[in-house]
Design a protein around this ligand. Structure first.
Ligand code: MN
Ligand code: MN
Length: 315
């Protein structure tokens, strides 16, 4: 086996002890030599309904202590070939959303200078706009796989243009994403009118409403998306509210009739082979997650994303 960082084994140290890092990986400050940097963005001041995602990173890390290194379903062994560590939380300014977004973008510029693939634990979805700004500076406009109950393409909310509900309109306006390679999966819920999603579709966004996916395997869809994107740099943003509230109740803006956990696994596992340059898991709100199941699911989704990054070994 490689000399790469390994999660602490549950056979060496009881899973309920040890560091509160992602999968109990080493915590590092120096990013030199890292292939993947796991980080927390503990923020909920971009939310419009229920808050609490500031506690997301801490709780997702806590639940991730149960994860083992080898993916029994796919054969992925990410820690055989990738150097992965937890670089801690970004020092956001909890009294200022705009300042926090600036801090996130600047932090990402620094991470990307090290050629580390960032894997972020949110935080509300507003974190993804500054992330995409940094991604576009590094890679040009990226393909975007956006799994969410919501399209997050509002013009503004209470006059504020940067919130968790406006991310992908701003990203489109700023040219951060390649609009014909944007895939919004799991959209649903009540709306304001028939054209809520139509404008984004006209920009080129490809939308896959949840009700069209009910009862279906997402493996085929994932394969179609993979072929459509080809080799383009791709960012994956996974809003936990894409899942049905029966699977993931601990989130700020739940919508019934969502994806199943199993569909999420099919979707992510089908992305293997893409040139993924970073990913995030957002909107886990521990105060509404009484069983811890939402954070556990979020931790597993991050692990599955890790398993499809470029360079992962398979056994
Ligand atoms: Mn969202
Ligand atoms: Mn959402």
């Amino acid at each position: 086996m490689s000399g790469k960082n390994q999660p602490i084994s549950g056979n060496d140290l009881a899973r309920f002890s040890g560091p509160n890092t992602f999968m109990r990986l080493p915590s590092v400050n120096d990013l030199a030599g890292l292939d993947v940097a796991v980080l927390g963005v503990p923020m909920d001041i971009g939310t419009s309904w229920r808050s609490g995602t500031r506690f997301g990173p801490k709780q997702v890390r806590s639940e991730s202590a149960m994860l083992r290194p080898y993916n029994l379903a796919t054969g992925a062994a990410p820690f055989d070939s990738l150097q992965v560590a937890d670089i801690g939380d970004l020092a956001i300014n909890t009294f200022s959303l705009s300042d926090s977004l600036r801090i996130i973008a600047e932090s990402y510029d620094a991470i990307l200078n090290y050629d580390a693939m960032p894997l972020a634990i949110g935080g509300d979805h507003s974190i993804t706009l500054p992330i995409l700004r940094a991604m576009a500076r590094r890679h040009g406009p990226v393909a975007l796989i956006h799994v969410d109950a919501h399209a997050d393409v509002n013009e503004e909310m209470f006059g504020v243009r940067e919130t968790h509900g406006t991310v992908f309109r701003r990203a489109h306006e700023e040219g951060l994403i390649n609009p014909s390679k944007v895939y919004q999966i799991g959209l649903r819920g009540t709306g304001y009118g028939a054209d809520d999603f139509a404008e984004a579709a006209a920009w080129g966004f490809q939308q896959f409403p949840a009700h069209e996916l009910w009862g279906r395997s997402l493996s085929a869809l994932s394969g179609e998306i993979r072929r459509d994107i080809g080799k383009l740099p791709t960012y994956v943003t996974f809003d936990i509210d894409s899942l049905d509230p029966s699977f993931a109740p601990g989130t700020g803006t739940p919508e019934i009739g969502g994806l199943s956990t199993m569909q999420a696994l099919e979707l992510i596992r089908g992305l293997k082979g893409l040139n993924i340059v970073g990913a995030d898991l957002v909107e886990v709100s521990p105060p509404y997650d009484t069983s811890g199941n939402t954070a556990l699911t979020g931790a597993n989704i991050l692990y599955e994303l890790l398993c499809v990054l470029p360079g992962v070994a398979y056994r």
